[in-house]
Design a protein around this ligand. Structure first.
Ligand SMILES: NC(=O)C1=CN([C@@H]2O[C@H](COP(=O)(O)OP(=O)(O)OC[C@H]3O[C@@H](n4cnc5c(N)ncnc54)[C@H](O)[C@@H]3O)[C@@H](O)[C@H]2O)C=CC1
Ligand SMILES: O=C(O)[C@@H]1CCC=N1
Length: 269
């Protein structure tokens, strides 16, 4: 890929995107420009991968054709206002901030700028992210494909209209936290049954990963896959009953709904 890539913010997500791109060799390190207010985050990269660790967000914006802005939602507007003058007409600005709309971004950098909102998740750290992608009307199909190709370095992508990003946050942006709580609870139960903590995490995590893989690869309905586990008068149906009694599904739907509500309220502010 000939585009020069910028990354502003090298925290959990910025660093995951950077490592994914570097690992895939889609773009060489020398064609990547980064800035974080903690410059030490980019220093080692500079030495080992040739990544350009620059002195300001403005410098990154000036050098890049595609700029990923991976800072927290409460600072993104300041960063966008800061870099606005350095953007070229064709520079694509990619925001991964939760609850920050394309309109808010455009207000800072101009309504004619090419903008893409992406909602990734932390499995990006192991190249297993699920990312939604939403371009504004200035982005061409070819440009969208280029950004999709970059994001494929960290996982899977789906294009969605902007009004559905809140739901994506519930389903995949925030949900890794819920899944980790589930794995922790499964392991706690297994430890109660006598399994060592270390083995309990391995059994529980592998079961979650394997189940997700089974669903994705077979395309079967989750209910059908659940039924395949439940032998008549067996062990699993006892556990299913216990979960239903405790309102397991309703608790998860409530959690996703709470996430969506918060995301919408952030967008309104
Ligand atoms: N953590 C997650 O699971 C997900 C986060 N996001 C979004 O990703 C964005 C970043 O989140 P994280 O990586 O988790 O946060 P983080 O706190 O790990 O990283 C933010 C980074 O930005 C740097 N930074 C702060 N102000 C800056 C500035 N003015 N210029 C340059 N760098 C600056 C910080 O030093 C830090 O390294 C947020 O907007 C969040 O909504 C989206 C999906 C999932
Ligand atoms: O909690 C948050 O706001 C971010 C967005 C999605 C996951 N983490």
């Amino acid at each position: 890929m000939e585009q020069r890539i910028g990354l502003i913010g090298l925290g959990n997500m910025g660093n995951a995107i950077l490592q994914g791109i570097l690992g895939s060799n889609v773009v060489p390190g020398t064609q990547i420009y980064v800035y974080d207010t903690h410059p030490e985050k980019g220093e080692d990269l500079n030495k080992s991968d040739g990544v350009n660790n620059l002195a300001s967000a403005r410098d990154v914006a000036r050098e890049s054709d595609i700029v990923f802005v991976a800072v927290k939602p409460n600072v993104i507007v300041d960063v966008l206002n800061d870099i606005q003058k350095e953007l070229k007409k064709n520079t694509i600005v990619v925001s991964i901030a939760a609850g920050v709309t394309i309109k808010t971004i455009a207000k800072s950098i101009g309504y004619e700028q090419k903008i893409i909102r992406v909602m990734p998740n932390t499995p990006a750290l192991v190249n297993a992210a699920m990312c939604s992608i939403t371009p504004n009307t200035e982005v061409t199909d070819e440009e969208l494909k280029i950004v999709q190709e970059l994001l494929n370095c960290i996982g899977e992508t789906e294009v969605v209209p902007e009004y559905l990003i809140d739901a994506v946050i519930g389903a995949s942006g925030s949900s890794p936290a819920f899944v980790f709580m589930f794995i922790e609870a499964l392991a706690d139960g297994a430890v109660k049954g006598g399994l060592s903590r270390k083995q309990a995490y391995k059994f529980a995590a592998q079961a979650v990963m394997g189940s997700a893989k089974l669903l994705l690869e077979t395309g079967k309905h989750p209910g059908e896959l659940k039924d395949m586990v439940c032998s008549p008068a067996g062990t699993t149906i006892e556990g299913v009953h216990a979960l239903e009694e405790k309102g397991f599904r309703a608790a998860i739907i409530d959690a996703v709904e709470a996430t969506i509500k918060k995301s919408k309220s952030m967008a309104e502010n």
